[in-house]
Design a protein around this ligand. Structure first.
Ligand SMILES: Cc1ncc(COP(=O)(O)O)c(C=O)c1O
Length: 496
């Protein structure tokens, strides 16, 4: 019997359909219910916003948190109560990443305008991947990318994609770079990529997705905590002499570890000399190119073939908002040019559609967040907010350096730096234990939360200032806390 042959008479069929329709129409809230839900969601958001500047920046989960959550979910009735349970649970433990005291990893904040954009985008639920399905959304997407590309310094012909984050953007960039060089599987084990120990781990992850373990990964020596361009040139030269195939250089404009910017101009020159793909990871630091006071560090950025940016970092937008731009936008289209018979009805193919420039087909309307934020606030306000972060970081570093025993262990290119307590009387192991304890004690204060990294194998504390909500008050409190805790710990003999 064919799969859909009716087993019942049409009247019975219609009755069945209508009874299911009556049940499933509950999926569409009535106007009154929608208004109630909007009020409940607003109330939840407003309660959170009232606390975002005061909440402890980090809370350890109590042993019962998840059990209590399950119980509360089981007894909650309706969306309003469920939202309340989720809100309570989400603010009861973990890092308050939206708050001003989040100075760990790479903060951002989460501009509320992004939530407004998402609300409309999700309700309209347009198929924004295709120009003919959503011409205005496609225009907003294209304008957003053009703004990002211009911010990098690219001219006409540049294009890119708005992705879920830097990792997805990086995978896209490397995929396109592999295609542009026509690299075949048989060449993988001869293909060389140059990066550094400060390259974000998502780059190696993307390379592994694309090449397995077959690639020649070259870690370029550092000078001043950034890629040594002369050593890079020598490495490429040596690889060529050994019959290998240098392919791509991955530079970082703002490393996650220490916030350093690789010497982009010199690296661009090496890439040019050897005709290599030049990629810049600007996920953390790229938007600082807006700021005149650090612009010089970004000279060479516009020479890159591809640049990754994370608007959920440097534009403070909610998580799930990355981007990649290519100097030659068509390289992206050429690498991703695929279609199917089911798409034969697409119209307006002369217009740019996101799906032709992306690993994704169906996508949330992420560009609307960026576009709306730019329209509402304007680029100069972002520039000012980033300038504030640059100054806060310099001020914080200078003040921490005045605390006896505290040593700043990184240069400061942007808004991340690292420090540790040093005391010549202690062994390296003791100092690591001391600094771990110092960080625990700083993080036990509600106002600021730091994370750590290693410099030359030694435990160091990082300060990463990027949230739009982080202002002088938070930084002053952090400085006072570090001063007090160093004082207490040294009085107690380190309490080790
Ligand atoms: C320099 C850098 N590159 C890439 C990434 C990965 O980005 P995402 O977390 O958005 O995937 C990060 C994240 O912190 C980063 O700092």
């Amino acid at each position: 019997m064919p799969m859909h042959e009716p087993a019942t008479k049409p009247d019975a069929q219609r009755r069945q359909i209508l009874s299911l329709e009556a049940a499933t129409s509950a999926l569409e809230p009535s106007d009154a219910q929608r208004l109630d839900w909007q009020a409940a969601a607003d109330a939840s958001v407003n309660r959170f916003m009232a606390k975002v500047n005061q909440h402890p920046t980090y809370q350890l989960p109590d042993a019962d948190l998840l059990g209590r959550f399950d119980q509360q979910v089981a007894s909650a009735e309706g969306l309003e109560q469920l939202l309340r349970v989720v809100e309570d649970g989400m603010t009861a433990a973990g890092i308050l990443t939206a708050g001003p005291g989040h100075l760990a990893y790479v903060p951002g904040g989460g501009l509320y305008v992004g939530a407004v954009a998402d609300h409309l985008a999700a309700a309209v639920n347009a198929f924004t991947a295709d120009h003919s399905a959503a011409p205005v959304a496609a225009a907003i997407h294209a304008q957003t990318i053009q703004w990002l590309a211009a911010m990098v310094g690219y001219g006409e012909g540049a294009f890119g994609d708005v992705t879920s984050g830097g990792s997805h953007a990086t995978l896209t960039a490397f995929f396109v770079a592999r295609h542009a060089f026509g690299i075949r599987a048989r060449d993988y084990d001869k293909t060389c990529v140059y990066l550094s120990e400060h390259t974000h781990h998502c780059c190696e992850k993307a390379l592994r997705v694309l090449f397995g373990d077959d690639l020649c990964l070259r870690k370029v020596p550092l000078a001043n905590q950034a890629i040594d361009a002369a050593a890079l040139g020598a490495m490429v030269d040596a690889d060529l002499k050994h019959g290998l195939k240098p392919w791509m250089i991955v530079a970082t404009a703002g490393s996650t570890n220490l916030g350093r910017v690789d010497p982009l101009r010199q690296i661009a020159a090496v890439a040019k000399d050897y005709s290599l793909w030049f990629h810049v990871d600007g996920a953390y630091g790229g938007f600082f190119n807006l700021c005149d006071e650090v612009k010089e560090r970004f000279h060479g950025l516009a020479e890159a073939d591809s640049v990754v940016l994370d608007p959920h970092k440097g534009m403070f937008l909610p998580y799930g908002c990355g981007a990649v731009v290519f100097k030659r936008g068509e390289s992206l289209r050429q690498a991703l040019d695929h279609s199917g018979a089911y798409l034969q009805d697409r119209a307006g193919l002369q217009q740019k559609s996101a799906m032709d420039y992306s690993l994704e087909l169906t996508r949330p309307f992420r560009s609307l967040r960026i576009w709306l934020a730019l329209k509402v606030y304007g680029a100069p306000l972002f520039k000012q907010a980033l300038s504030e972060k640059l100054l806060l970081a310099a001020y914080c570093r200078d003040q921490l350096a005045t605390i006896p025993g505290v040593e700043i262990v990184s240069g400061l290119d942007l808004s991340i730096f690292a420090f540790r307590y040093v005391d010549s009387g202690r062994s390296d192991g003791d100092l690591d234990a001391f600094n771990k304890l110092l960080m625990q004690r700083i993080n036990a204060h509600p106002e600021a939360f730091l994370s750590s990294t290693l410099v030359d194998g030694r435990f160091v504390l990082r300060v990463a200032i990027l949230s739009f909500r982080t202002h002088l008050k938070t930084v002053d409190r952090l400085i006072a806390t570090v001063r007090a805790e160093v004082g207490l710990l040294t009085q107690q003999g380190g309490a080790l």
